[in-house]
Design a protein around this ligand. Sequence first.
Ligand SMILES: Nc1ncnc2c1ncn2[C@@H]1O[C@H](COP(=O)(O)OP(=O)(O)O)[C@@H](O)[C@H]1O
Ligand SMILES: [Mg+2]
Length: 247
Amino acid sequence: MGSDCPYGACDGTGMIVDVEANTTYRCRCWPQRVARKRSRRLAREIPRRFQNLSFEREPIPSIARTAPDVVRAVRRYCDRIDEMLDRGIGMWFLGSSGTGKSHLAYLVSQQALAAGRSVAIYTGPELLNAIRRTYDEEEPGATQELLDRLTTVELLQIEDLAVARPNDWVLEQLYNVINGRYANERAIVFTCDLTGDDPDGTPTPDRLARHISRRNFSRLMEICGDPHVLMGPDNRIVAPREHDALV
Ligand SMILES: Nc1ncnc2c1ncn2[C@@H]1O[C@H](COP(=O)(O)OP(=O)(O)O)[C@@H](O)[C@H]1O
Ligand SMILES: [Mg+2]
């Protein structure tokens, strides 16, 4: 059967013709096909730095040395990516800056894309800007159309979700996206580097809850479960030493 069907069941059209019963019905891949089509206008580019990630290639093995449990959890998630996305189960990475959160989040998105799933990738500010821009479009319903796409794409990755100074408008837009995905049982993978108020700077989920409001936070928790915490020195600052050695 068609190679374009992930289940090898239809000819790539999403429909199966049952000649004997003289009828057609939707293939198992139909919902994925619809989601992919609707996601076409969403941002889904993996930036150059985060392309071709693999568990075997740096910096993932280094991250696995500093945070073995987190990388093990990512591997388990990636091994069952279809099931996770079908069940709308996500992941979140919380911790200080330069500890590998984005690399792990992009690794998940990359696995989803490789599995033929629709993925959208935004930073927190980009997501809000994309919504804001629809207000200027002539087309009536542009905002709703974008929200529909954002809430049905099979995986939404949000980088640095804890945007600066969230006002009421921002919180409402976050709610529309997060609650929409929650209602549709769609997965979210996000990173967040809010560190706590306590002197040692340990990131606390509570800090995010206060920042993005309880109703957004509780839905995210239900989609993503407990945070995967990455702490330690900022490897972006450590890295320049290697940079100096090269030039
Ligand atoms: N545990 C680690 N060991 C070595 N290098 C790391 C580690 N974590 C991150 N890096 C490096 O630090 C930089 C920042 O990684 P990134 O995933 O963008 O961090 P974050 O999203 O947590 O700020 C990258 O250059 C990456 O290669
Ligand atoms: Mg990051």
